[in-house]
Design a binder for this molecule. Structure first.
Ligand SMILES: C[S@@+](CC[C@H](N)C(=O)[O-])C[C@H]1O[C@@H](n2cnc3c(N)ncnc32)[C@H](O)[C@@H]1O
Length: 197
């Protein structure tokens, strides 16, 4: 498994989130998007409106998009994910539970490229010196053990989670972009994954 070095994206007025998506979307043939945190549709309007796209959200949304009101974890665990080749995890909090479900359940065909976009606001939990239980095995952190100032290692921890879970799924990262917001408490990632040969 090769984990490519993250390439950073410039902090521009257009927004790092949007830039990452636009750059990597070009590398996906016939994108079919599952937007797991549909929200107000900012990213949809900037990036996805010209492609088939299904949005998920806990709250009902009626603005002309195709939206299913559901907890995204329930959807990801119970639906055939094969038709989606772009997964958008634009969470305010931690998207890693959803990431792990996708990696476990999405079956990759040979040579197929799948993009996953992530917004990670886990920093707050890390400031409290803790990590969600599902991430602990990737970092070697036993249940119940908390480490002060874990947030100082946020990028490294995310790299461990990505590389460990991608490897466990028999996949490799062929493109990786990253950025952060000006306050540095949100991380933005874009990854293109393929099945290992
Ligand atoms: C950061 S906003 C998404 C912004 C959106 N991507 C946009 O471009 O406007 C987060 C949204 O995710 C929804 N949400 C939070 N947890 C969720 C979950 N477990 N399943 C589905 N939707 C969820 C919230 O209701 C909220 O609308």
């Amino acid at each position: 498994m090769i984990l490519k070095q993250w390439e950073s994206v410039d902090n521009t007025d257009r927004g790092e989130k949007i830039l990452i998506r636009k750059q990597l979307l070009q590398k996906i043939s016939s994108p079919y998007i599952l937007e797991c945190y549909a929200g107000y549709g900012v990213i949809y309007r900037e990036c996805y409106k010209d492609h088939p796209c299904v949005g998920l959200d806990l709250k009902p949304i009626d603005d002309g998009r195709v939206i299913i009101s559901i907890d995204n974890r329930k959807f990801l665990k119970s639906t055939d994910l094969g038709k989606y080749n772009v997964f958008d995890l634009d969470a305010y909090g931690s998207p890693w539970q959803q990431w792990l479900i996708i990696l476990k359940r999405r079956q990759f065909k040979a040579k197929e490229s799948v993009a996953i976009f992530i917004t990670d606001g886990l920093d707050f939990k890390m400031r409290m010196s803790s990590l969600p239980s599902g991430l602990r095995p990737y970092v070697g952190l036993p249940a119940g053990m908390n480490i002060p100032l874990l947030n100082l290692h946020h990028d490294f921890i995310n790299s461990l989670v990505v590389s460990g879970s991608v490897k466990a799924a028999g996949l490799e990262v062929v493109h990786a972009l990253s950025a952060k917001n000006p306050r540095c408490n949100m991380k933005y990632y874009g990854l293109i994954l393929k099945k290992c040969n």
